[in-house]
Structure formats: structure tokens, C-alpha cells
Design a protein around this ligand. Structure first.
Ligand SMILES: Cc1cc2nc3c(=O)[nH]c(=O)nc-3n(C[C@H](O)[C@H](O)[C@H](O)COP(=O)(O)OP(=O)(O)OC[C@H]3O[C@@H](n4cnc5c(N)ncnc54)[C@H](O)[C@@H]3O)c2cc1C
Length: 650
């Protein structure tokens, strides 16, 4: 140790140390807040001013909405409606994202927004929970043993601190120090030979559409324009056009004039004038990934686990989704809720590593396709762009497949993960491991009257959610639903919110403390039940939703035994059932219950607004119940105080 490292603090403890406060580190911190885990988050650099990642994909927006108003992000960016594609300067096709009209989400389109704004959103969300990031701190070494992990932190003035924690999560980017400390974590891949030019710039006096991107593919390389907000755009150039600037220089940062000349060359007259650049850069891209995401107490997420080309706009999105996958698993293990903590934590690698690999492969294919200057490949690409693309883009199946890929709604852990499942013989489209699709519901409440909500808006906060669908005959199945609820509550001790969802009310029902109605349109009602696979013969069924918004288990109520075996295999039951119900279960009949009120308020502050509405809801609104044209969905919700609680570090 050199002489300037004079200030030495004693070892401090926390459950989790997050190294790195890029978007991935901050998303993980938010997850840990949500799950009431004690942690620290340290980072070398302050928030960045550069824009970097441009696209937040619809799935990430859905997941962000669990932290609060993701809608607030939308005015800070621009919804991307589509991309025009040109070949050698001539229009060759267009991808109209807005034609997909996904009905099972509140966020059907990607949001183009600067990474600085995304980071601001995450930072504001963290600040609202009293969490601050410890800045200008470098993790210099990470050493694990059987009982914990020791990280050496160095402050900018040379001070040293030793932190002892149970886990360290490397969200420290491509050069991750944490990853380097992981035994057998091999970082492999290559760098692309091309150099790229990037300019985030205002385009003035332009006739071009501001909600559509443009991709020009030609022998001279690739030229792309992507809207950011108002008249701010990103221009990216690769290939020969990017290799030589006006002075024949291949290494210096290009000038605005150089971009203007490229812009004039690749866009039609009247496309505008480039002014006030925000960021100009020349950069190289890499394609690298780590072979394992976990080594005992060390985990890696985000760019520390995978870096790829920005084509498709998924690197940051994938990293954020890594963090969301890991957060609740760490929490359940730390709270002693799982049967086999080691196996449970391994599912982070099992679920996320294939997604990271798929990111690397798919972005590589797209990138190579668009930027190749190989003279044998160019005619093939030109043929594909000129003849195959215009034929593909209007077809439904291609659009659906492309949208599923782009939106990241297609991310699934089905059949790969041991901690998700589907009841034997259940034929619904949604399977264990899939994303929980969204759909509209009506909530009635004594206090708030009738409000609309959605399935995903119910499933927020740090708990699992059990959705119990009554099927056609709600009065007859009420007892059955209550029985299933009680059995499940007796099998697990993690926080669980239970929602009874009734389909039909024939007369004013006496059920339901909190009631949800399907949207009174046949289309949505059918769609919603069909979506979950409960429309066939109006099957009563269940869905257990994980805190990260994926289906843990799904099936008909008749598969209860199979469902309970699944729960008992993976999760710890309450120590004593009778006690646990008395201690942790607070029925919502009692509006004045302070304990539930505060528990639910905590969740609602992270986006569980509808949960808190549930908590205060008591009686079915009779005006609505009298209207027999309404399909009826009813929800009774039960929340638990957590078994162990440790405050997040402030
Ligand atoms: C030009 C460009 C465009 C892109 N466009 C997109 C896009 O449209 N969509 C998309 O999804 N992705 C995109 N990406 C990728 C995206 O920017 C990254 O995937 C994302 O920033 C990764 O976030 P991260 O938090 O994992 O890492 P980073 O953002 O790299 O953050 C790492 C953090 O770790 C800290 N740190 C590093 N070492 C240490 C240490 N030893 N001790 C303490 N702290 C440390 C750093 O200070 C920093 O806070 C793009 C990337 C580039 C370059």
C-alpha cells in the first residue's frame, strides 16, 4: 500500500455491496429497496452527461413502472414510431412499429431517450427513498471466503475502507474489477474492426419526420439517424464513410462540418442543418460476454456481464433486466425464504446467461448484416433489403416476431429455469417463466369509487402475487378460491398479495372486499382470459407472479396439489401456520389497521398504488354491481409484513 493511502476506516458491514452506479447498479439498488435489503452502492464516476444508450424497450418501461411513474419518462424522450430503410439512397422499405398495436401492455412502443435522462429517473427514484450513491469511490479488490466477502474501497483523496458484506454485485461495466475477482469468470469475445462516428446534434430547418428513424445501407457503409427528443437526433456512421474523415484521418474525433457533409450525402435535400452538437465521438465496438454470472458471493450484471453493439438498442435494457432478476432472489435468500439458497441463487445465471448470449448473437448478426463491406456479402444484403424486406414487412408473422424480439416481451425463462412451472396438461398460451401480460381491470372501492387498473399495476411492490381466477361461476368458486389461498399461504412465508378475480356477477354480490371488473367490452374480456388460458370452459385458475413480473407457476385450480408441491420444493413454509396467520396476515376488512396501512404504503411508494387502493377498499359499489352488463372481477388482497427487515442504507 503506498503512503498516500493514509485514512483507514474499520470494516463496515452490509448485506449487499453494489459496485457501480450506472443504470444497472441503480436498478439493482431500487430492487433492494423494494425488498428491504440492507445494501451500499458505491461508484467511481458521478452521473454521466453523455447520452450513450438511446432506447428504452417496452419491457423495461413496464418494469420501470414498478418504481413509480414510468409515464413521466415519456415526455423526456420521443416514442419511436418506425424506421425508414434506404438502399444506395433509394427507399427500400419501412418498419412501422406503430402497426403492431400490442394490446397487452401500457407501453407498446420503444422510447428514445438519452441515457442521462434514464439515469436521472433512477437516481430520482432512489433519492425519493432516501438512498444516496457513494460517489468517487473505487473498488480496488474483492476477496471472498466461506463467511463473507471483503471489498477494499478507495476514496478520491486516498482514503481506504474495508467493507464486509454477504454478497458483492459487479455493476461496474466492461472492465469490471468485481468480475476479475470471480474465480472461473472468463471474459471472452472480440472487437469489431470498424470504427464508428457518432453525433448527437440538433437538426434545424428540417422537413424530416421527428418520430421516425432512418437507416441508409450502401457500399459506403451504414448511416443512421435516430430521434432523441424535439429536434435532437443521433447520427451514427460506419464503414468507409466513417473510416476517413475529410483529412483522411482515421483516429481523431470528427467535426460537426464532417457530419454535415455526411448528412448532406445520405439524406435528401431539405433534411436540415446540423447545429449545437451535444456529443461527438469516434468509437470502437466490442462483443464480449462472461461465461458465468455468479461465483459464490460474487455476481455480475449489465456491461460487466455482456457488451455488444448498440444495434437493436438492448445492452442497457438487458443489464437493467439482469438487475431486476437478481434483486428479489438475493432478498429471498437473505430473508431465509428459500429451501436451497445456493440452487436458488444459481438460477440467476441459469435464467440470465442465455439472455445475455442471445443479446450477443442477435446484435452481432444485425450489426454484421448492416455494416459489412465484404464484396461477396454486399450483393446478398442488397438483394435481401431490396426484395425480401419489402415482402416481409407487411406480413403479420414477421411483424409479430420482430416486435416480440424488439420489445423484449419475448424474454422468457420457460423450460430453462427450475424455479418456474406450468401445471401438467394446462394448455394456456402463458407458461411458467413467461412475462405476465397486462390487461385492464376495474377496481371498485368505498373510498375511491370506480377506477380502472391493470393486471400489471396490481402486481407491484416487493411481494409475490397470487392471482386467483374464479371462472364462470364466481359464487360457486368463492369457497374454492379461499381454500386455495389458505393452502398457498400455509406453504410459503414470503410476502404474498392475493387477488381474487371474478369473472361474472349475476346479481349484486356480497363477495369481495376489493373488486376488479374486466373492462366491459367483450373484446378485452375475452382477450384477457384467453391470454391467460382461462377462457376455455371458463376454467378457474391461478397464476403465481414473481416480484420481477414473470410467471412463477400457472394452472387450473384443480392442479393445486402440483402447485403446492412446487412451492414446498422451493420455498420455506411459515414456522407455525397458525401463528403466522395471526402474526402476519391482516385482512383488509379492517381499514384502520395501521400495520397493513404502513406496509402497503411502503409498497405503494414504489409503484403499488393500486395495492394501497386495495388495502382501503371494502364494499362493492352497488351501482356498478346492479349493471349486469359488467363482467365482474373481484380481488381480495392479503399482504404480509416481511419476516425479516433491515433498512436500506441511506
Ligand atoms: C454509443 C452507445 C450507444 C448505446 N445505445 C444503447 C441503446 O440504445 N440501448 C441500450 O440498451 N444500450 C445501449 N448502449 C449500451 C449501454 O450504454 C450500456 O449497456 C449501459 O451503459 C451499461 O450500464 P452498466 O450500468 O452495466 O455499466 P456502465 O454504464 O458502464 O456503468 C458502470 C459503473 O461502474 C462504475 N465503476 C466502474 N469501475 C468501478 C470500480 N472499480 N469501483 C467503483 N465503481 C466502478 C462506473 O463509475 C459506472 O458508474 C449503448 C452504448 C454505447 C457506447
Amino acid at each position: 500500500m503506498d503512503g498516500k493511502h493514509k485514512v483507514k476506516h474499520p470494516a463496515t458491514d452490509c448485506d449487499v455491496l453494489i459496485v457501480g452506479s450506472g443504470p444497472v447498479g441503480m436498478a439493482l439498488a431500487l430492487e433492494l429497496v423494494l425488498h428491504q435489503v440492507s445494501f451500499r452502492i458505491v461508484s467511481l464516476f458521478p452521473c454521466r452527461a453523455m447520452l450513450r444508450a438511446l432506447i428504452i424497450q417496452p419491457r423495461t418501461l413496464e418494469l420501470f413502472s414498478r418504481y413509480g411513474a414510468a409515464e413521466e419518462l415519456i415526455p423526456r424522450g420521443r416514442i419511436l414510431q418506425g424506421m425508414a430503410i434506404c438502399l444506395d439512397g433509394k427507399p427500400a422499405g419501412a418498419i412501422a412499429l406503430n402497426q403492431f398495436k400490442a394490446s397487452d401492455t401500457r407501453f407498446p412502443l420503444p422510447l428514445n431517450i438519452s441515457q442521462a435522462e434514464t439515469e436521472r429517473f433512477l437516481l430520482e427514484s432512489l433519492s425519493s427513498h432516501g438512498v444516496s450513491i457513494e460517489r468517487s469511490i473505487t473498488a480496488t479488490s474483492v476477496v471472498q471466503d466461506d463467511n463473507g466477502i471483503t471489498t477494499m474501497l478507495q476514496t478520491h483523496d486516498g482514503g481506504l475502507e474495508t467493507v464486509r458484506s454477504k454478497y458483492v454485485i459487479g455493476c461496474d461495466g466492461a472492465r469490471s474489477v468485481v468480475r476479475q475477482a470471480g474465480e472461473g469468470m472468463i471474459w471472452k469475445g472480440s472487437s469489431y474492426p470498424q470504427s464508428f462516428l457518432l453525433c448527437d446534434v440538433h437538426i434545424r430547418n428540417s422537413l424530416r419526420r421527428q418520430d421516425q428513424g432512418l437507416l441508409q445501407v450502401s457500399r459506403e457503409g451504414m448511416f443512421g439517424i435516430f430521434p432523441i427528443r424535439e429536434d435532437l437526433f443521433r447520427i451514427v456512421v460506419s464503414g468507409p464513410a466513417a473510416t476517413f474523415d475529410q483529412q483522411g484521418d482515421t483516429s481523431s474525433v470528427p467535426t460537426l462540418e464532417h457530419f454535415q457533409s455526411l448528412f448532406d450525402r445520405f439524406t435528401p435535400p431539405g433534411s436540415g442543418t446540423l447545429e449545437d452538437p451535444v456529443w461527438i465521438s469516434r468509437f470502437r465496438l466490442h462483443l464480449k460476454g462472461v461465461n458465468k454470472y455468479r461465483d459464490r458471493r460474487i455476481f455480475v450484471a449489465g456491461d460487466a456481464a455482456h457488451i455488444s453493439s448498440p444495434v437493436g438498442g438492448k445492452g442497457m435494457n438487458t443489464g437493467i433486466q439482469d438487475a431486476i432478476n437478481l434483486g428479489w432472489k438475493l432478498a429471498l435468500v437473505l430473508q431465509g425464504q428459500v429451501q436451497d439458497p445456493e440452487a436458488f441463487l444459481n438460477t440467476y445465471h441459469i435464467e440470465r446467461h442465455p439472455i445475455g448470449q442471445e443479446l450477443l448473437q442477435s446484435t452481432d448478426r444485425m450489426f454484421t448484416f448492416m455494416t459489412s463491406t465484404n464484396r461477396f456479402f454486399i450483393p446478398i444484403r442488397n438483394f435481401a433489403v431490396r426484395y425480401i424486406l419489402p415482402w416481409l414487412t407487411p406480413t403479420d408473422w414477421w411483424n409479430r416476431a420482430f416486435y416480440k424480439f424488439l420489445s423484449m416481451f419475448g424474454v422468457t425463462y420457460r423450460e430453462k429455469s427450475p424455479i418456474v412451472g406450468t401445471a401438467a396438461g394446462f394448455n394456456g398460451r402463458i407458461r411458467g417463466g413467461d412475462r405476465l401480460p397486462d390487461g385492464k381491470l376495474w377496481l371498485t372501492s368505498k373510498n375511491t369509487g370506480i377506477t380502472s387498473t391493470t393486471v400489471q399495476a396490481l402486481c407491484v411492490g416487493g411481494s409475490h402475487h397470487l392471482l386467483l381466477f374464479s371462472g364462470e361461476h364466481c359464487e360457486e368458486t368463492t369457497n374454492e378460491l379461499e381454500y386455495v389461498r389458505d393452502e398457498v399461504l400455509g406453504a410459503v412465508s414470503f410476502r404474498l398479495a392475493v387477488h381474487f378475480i371474478y369473472r361474472k356477477v349475476k346479481e349484486e354480490p356480497a363477495i369481495a372486499l376489493n373488486d376488479y371488473y374486466l373492462w366491459p367490452s367483450e373484446l378485452v374480456e375475452e382477450t384477457l382470459l384467453k391470454r391467460f388460458g382461462f377462457s376455455e370452459e371458463s376454467l378457474p385458475g391461478y397464476i403465481l407472479v414473481r416480484p420481477d413480473g414473470y410467471v412463477a407457476h400457472i394452472g387450473p385450480l384443480s392442479a393445486l396439489d402440483e402447485f403446492l408441491s412446487f412451492l414446498r420444493k422451493h420455498f420455506v413454509a411459515p414456522v407455525e401456520e397458525a401463528e403466522s396467520v395471526a402474526e402476519y396476515y391482516s385482512p383488509f376488512e379492517d381499514d384502520s389497521s395501521d400495520e397493513i396501512g404502513s406496509e402497503t404504503r411502503h409498497d405503494s411508494s414504489l409503484g403499488a398504488e393500486s395495492t394501497s387502493k386495495c388495502a382501503s377498499s371494502t364494499q362493492l359499489n352497488s351501482t356498478i354491481a346492479a349493471d349486469s352488463s359488467f363482467e365482474h372481477v373481484s380481488t381480495a388482497e392479503h399482504a404480509f409484513t416481511p419476516l425479516s427487515f433491515s433498512s436500506p442504507s441511506a
